[in-house]
Design a protein around this ligand. Structure first.
Ligand code: UDP
Ligand code: GLC
Ligand code: MN
Length: 346
């Protein structure tokens, strides 16, 4: 199946994090298809190298921007003009068929069966189901289609100022003609809009194959506590509809992506495993080593402290700490942690 590929796009290092989680999730569920990432020059060299570890092809393209601020303002997402860059995916004619996936999606099972579908297959947009959502779609690369899309964009613009408006007008028969081009919603379940029909989510949500973190707050904008395996902060935030999906994203990020970022020196493991025999402190903190962008998130940060109990192994100590059974007033007190850290940092 070397002539078929999943394709994603990242125009900056933040979206690369999403692309890496997506690519890792596709690998985790053993896709037999190629993985291709389109990037633009703003992506740093280091992040590009990390992408090359996960994706078979990382292809540099130029930015296509609608600059259509009036329409984008209607969507309240002026930053999305750049998503027209997605159109470059039609240039990948080394492949006969592809599935494009936004960098803010991840798969929860193998979805290779999507390659049995034809251009243009996509799932309904949760906000306007007569339009398809352009976060996941099956298409056939073709220079002819690419040129037609560009021409269409120049002449007619896009009703949302970005790719989804353009693609829906271009493939305008999607809503009414061929049902086989309607992907079930489980192939593009938007994590932010399942509220609109919660009973359906309760009945069918477990079948979800692709989750899409649609909207302005992306998983990488949250902070995750690897100890409790939970998103830190206010869980009443109306944007966090289903924290379990966010947690899944972060699980994959921690287990599959962070090690790659560490290998490339992008994320620094500040301190780790401070001598457990003589010591009391086992600190594990990650910080983001590339801070070019405003939305760079503190990746993970927690401090674990274990008392030196002769009968307790390091593993047991860690476990006790992880279960929240710290001796806050005694060996695990703030003063003790600080003292230990000070000694270590000197
Ligand atoms: N994208 C990007 N850089 C940006 C904005 C978007 O690379 O600054 C790409 C990325 O693949 C992203 C897709 O375009 O997933 C669509 O944007 P987004 O997912 O933010 O839109 P939403 O799905 O939230 O409407
Ligand atoms: C949508 C889609 C996204 C697209 C954006 C702009 O909400 O989820 O893929 O890029 O709109 O059209
Ligand atoms: Mn998206």
């Amino acid at each position: 199946m070397a002539d078929q590929s999943f394709v994603t796009l990242a125009t900056n290092d933040s979206y690369v994090k999403g692309a890496l989680v997506l690519g890792s999730s596709l690998q985790q569920y053993r896709t037999t298809r190629k993985l291709t990432a389109l990037i633009t020059p703003q992506v740093s060299d280091l992040m590009r190298k990390v992408l090359e570890k996960v994706f078979d092809e990382v292809i540099l393209v130029n930015v296509l921007d609608s600059g259509d601020s009036a329409h984008l303002a209607l969507m309240k997402r002026p930053e999305l003009g750049i998503t027209l860059t997605k159109l470059h995916c039609w240039e990948l004619t080394q492949f006969s068929k592809c599935v494009f996936m936004d960098a803010d999606t991840m798969v929860l099972s193998n979805i290779d069966e999507l390659f049995e579908r034809e251009e243009l297959s996509a799932a309904p947009d949760p906000g306007w189901p007569d339009c398809f959502n352009s976060g996941v779609f099956v298409y056939r690369p073709s220079i002819e289609t690419y040129s037609q899309l560009l021409q269409f964009a120049t002449e007619k613009g896009s009703f949302d100022g970005a790719d989804q408006g353009l693609l829906n007008t271009f493939f305008s028969s999607w809503a009414t003609t061929d049902m086989s081009k309607h992907l079930p919603f489980i192939y593009n379940l938007s994590s932010t809009s399942v509220y609109s029909y919660l009973p359906a989510f309760k009945a069918f949500g477990a079948n979800t194959k692709v989750v899409h973190f649609l909207g302005s707050t992306k998983p990488w904008n949250y902070t995750y506590d690897s100890r409790t395996k939970r998103i830190k902060g206010n869980m009443d935030d109306p944007k966090i509809v289903h924290p379990e999906f966010l947690n899944m994203w972060w699980d994959t990020y921690i287990s599959d992506v962070l090690p790659l970022l560490e290998q490339h020196g992008i994320v620094k493991e500040i301190t780790t495993g401070v001598n457990m025999l003589s010591g009391l402190v086992n600190t594990l903190a990650f910080s983001c080593g590339f801070c070019r962008e405003a939305e760079v998130t503190e990746a993970v940060s927690h401090v674990s402290v274990s008392p030196l109990l002769p009968t307790e192994s390091s593993e047991e100590r860690k476990e006790r700490w992880e279960q929240g059974q710290a001796d806050y007033m005694g060996v695990d007190s703030f003063d003790n942690i600080k003292k230990k850290l000070d000694t270590y940092l000197q």
